[in-house]
Ligand binder design. Structure first.
Ligand code: FAD
Length: 294
């Protein structure tokens, strides 16, 4: 099966998408509708997030397997160290290998229950994503991605220190990183340049979420760990009671941010879809990013 890095070697920019494991049957139908709607646009790869608990994890594994066997797309499975012994992690990685899934996003994960709580290592488990990268690399010929944080990870001593650990993940064998949400193209570009200035040429891919609703805007504030910049607040906040106008402005904002990233040489935009395809399709069409295979 093709690797993510092979798919990103195109001589022109591409996009990729993230899905979440479906929670129930209705969600599963929604997810597969989005998968099929995006398949025709040929995303470079499709990632599936890894949940905090047992059944959602099974759904991640099943969904990634179905994408591998029932679609033409290249899947990437997320995997976290949360509540897993090394033996369990080996089993999941082995299952992926057996199903031909060669791309894994190696994450530590958040403390269960409270993402801002104190991290507790499983007694027979791993402490940092770096160790998971090493484990995956030891187990087979995988293409491994890791997380990166343009404003620094919330629990990091400092953004600079967080970059030290990102570099350690690359040194352990990670091929590329996907960045957490950010607000302005310059925030990502500054981070990308800081990483490059440390002598690292691994690809860092920006994570993009179409700002279609006030809820998505709030989610971006929460995940990025940053304040909403005044310029964006002035554009979006007056529209919170007008869903149509908010959506139109939010799509404009994300299109403009993406255009700026592409103009600065970014080669892949990774869209967080929340299992809906419409906004992503709209933005990638406006950017002229489809189809990647043509
Ligand atoms: P790490 O790289 O291990 O870093 C965790 C913290 O420890 C950071 O503060 C870092 O600075 C510090 N650190 C790292 N290495 C060391 C070291 N060697 N010594 C000392 N300190 C160190 N969560 C999920 O549960 N499921 C998902 O599917 C998921 N997908 C994600 C996808 C993306 C693109 C991103 C950006 C995040 C995702 N997350 C997901 C969230 C992620 O699991 C959390 O943000 C988690 O808190 C950090 O994970 P990490 O892999 O960056 O951890």
């Amino acid at each position: 099966m093709t690797t993510v890095t092979e798919r990103l070697r195109a001589d022109r920019p591409v996009f990729s998408v993230e899905f979440m494991p479906p929670r129930d049957e209705a969600d599963e139908r929604r997810l597969w509708r989005a998968v099929r709607e995006l398949e025709g646009l040929d995303p470079a790869f499709v990632s599936v997030t890894y949940g905090a608990g047992g059944s959602s994890r099974d759904r991640t594994i099943r969904t990634t397997g179905r994408i591998a066997t029932e679609t033409t797309m290249v899947p990437m499975a997320h995997l976290t160290a949360v509540d897993h012994s090394v033996t369990e992690l080996r089993n999941v990685i082995g299952w992926y290998a057996a199903h031909g899934i060669r791309n894994i996003l190696a994450l530590r994960g958040d403390p269960p229950g409270d993402p801002n709580g104190t991290w507790v290592q499983h007694p027979q488990g791993l402490n940092y994503a770096e160790e998971l990268v090493t484990l995956i690399r030891d187990l087979g010929d995988f293409c491994v991605g890791v997380a990166a944080f343009p404003y620094g990870h919330p629990s990091a001593e400092s953004p600079e220190r967080d970059i030290d650990f990102l570099l350690r993940k690359f040194a352990a064998g990670a091929d590329f990183a996907i960045a957490q949400l950010f607000f302005e193209a310059e925030d990502f570009l500054r981070f990308r340049d800081l990483v490059a200035a440390r002598g690292c040429d691994n690809l860092v891919i920006p994570g993009i979420m179409p700002l279609t609703t006030p809820k998505m805007l709030a989610k971006t504030v929460e995940l990025s760990g940053a304040q909403l910049p005044a310029g964006l607040a002035a554009r979006l906040q007056p529209l919170v009671d007008d869903p149509k106008a908010f959506r139109a402005e939010g799509i404009d904002v994300i299109t403009e941010t993406s255009e700026r990233l592409l103009a600065e040489g970014v080669t892949d935009l990774h869209f967080y879809t929340f299992n809906q395809s419409r906004a992503t399709r709209e933005v990638v069409n406006r950017l002229g990013l489809v189809p990647a295979r043509a």
